[in-house]
Design a protein around this ligand. Structure first.
Ligand code: NDP
Length: 311
């Protein structure tokens, strides 16, 4: 068996994982970071990041993640492209098995697996995924140049995606299930002032319509009256939030009702000593790049202290 011992294993990239790797490397923990399914995490599929301190002109998520990755490698982190598929946290050292067949014996683990986009759960949504249905306007918006599209959701992501698409598409419907947006004031204002965005209040999609070519419309239901309304669009973008990637740790690591890992008293400690959690997988509240990076730093410091306490 392809076994390897490691002091600090970081599962998942993104601002939390990379920052944990920077701090753990500089504390001589010789961390190995396994990048997972989406190297760089969710920020690689966002647009411009304007609110991360230190970038007065903004920066794209992809560039920021490349910089963080480079920085963690420069200080000594061992970054590997691999996916953890099984962990045993009841024995010590902890065991993590990966898709490539590696088995890691880890003295400490930092979970920074992030969160993934939610889907509505409609059969037609699955049918047309990749044929007009997408959860990432930044990735796929380009394909809908001068076409009419719809975005579902009323949060910051939905507003951001609708605004982004309005620069590419001829018209953007924003489908909101209530009569108000959850998004921050600045994002709400941007949407309301944008002549290319039409907000459809109190509506929810009940079916994505299409043919062999892909999506050609969406059937909506009025959430107040039950009336049906059909819109003609070729792109259908979901922006209805995220769920934490904590399934692998279910039953062993304590989570809240929505699956977010519970960390103790402002630290990154989980219920298992030596296992720490950072970033969106443990944060249902702030979910920002800067807060994720901050918690990655805390996780590496907590891991270092844990390891010292065992020496
Ligand atoms: P949110 O959870 O904030 O919003 C999700 C939206 O989707 C809500 O409007 C919700 O409606 C709606 N929704 C959820 N489920 C359904 C459903 N089944 N059908 C229809 N609508 C649905 O998620 P976001 O991804 O927008 O934001 C997550 C976090 O990231 C927030 O803290 C946000 O502030 C932050 N963020 C910040 C950005 C920035 O600062 N530039 C950019 C993007 C995100 P309802 O309101 O009725 O619950």
């Amino acid at each position: 068996m392809n076994k390897e011992k490691v002091k600090c294993l970081i599962i998942g990239s993104g601002p939390a994982g990379y920052t944990a790797a920077i701090y753990a490397s500089r504390s001589n923990l010789n961390p190995i970071l396994l990048e997972g399914m989406q190297p760089g995490g969710q920020l690689t599929i966002t647009t411009e990041i304007e609110n991360y301190p230190g970038y007065p002109d903004g920066i794209t998520g992809t560039e920021m993640m490349q910089d963080l990755r480079r920085q963690s490698e420069r200080v000594g982190a061992d970054i590997r492209t691999d996916i953890v598929n099984k962990v045993s946290l009841k024995e010590y050292p902890f065991i993590a098995e990966t898709d490539s067949g590696k088995v890691y014996e880890a003295e400490s683990i930092i979970i920074s697996t992030g969160a993934s986009a939610k889907w509505l759960g409609l059969e037609s949504e699955t049918k047309y995924r990749g044929m007009g249905v997408s959860a990432c306007a930044t990735c796929d918006g380009f394909f809908y140049k001068n076409q009419e599209v719809a975005v579902v959701g009323g949060g910051d992501t939905a507003c951001e995606e609708a605004t982004f698409l309005s620069n590419i598409c001829s018209k953007v419907y924003l489908i909101v299930r209530r009569d108000e947006l959850r998004a921050s004031q600045i994002m709400r204002d941007r949407v309301m002032k944008n002549p290319k965005i039409e907000v459809l209040w109190n509506h929810k999609p009940i079916e994505v319509l299409g043919d062999k070519q892909g999506v050609n419309g969406v059937m909506l239901e009025n959430t107040k009256t039950g009336d049906l309304k059909q819109i003609t669009v070729t792109g259908f973008f979901l922006a209805i939030g995220h769920h934490p990637n904590s399934d692998m740790f279910k039953g062993v690591i304590d989570t809240d009702a929505n699956g977010y890992i519970i960390t103790k008293n402002g630290t990154t400690h989980t219920n298992i000593p030596g296992v720490f959690a950072a970033g969106d997988v443990q944060d249902s509240n702030y979910r920002q790049a800067i807060t994720a990076a901050g918690s990655g730093c805390k996780a590496a410091m907590d891991a270092e202290r844990f390891l010292i306490s065992r020496d």
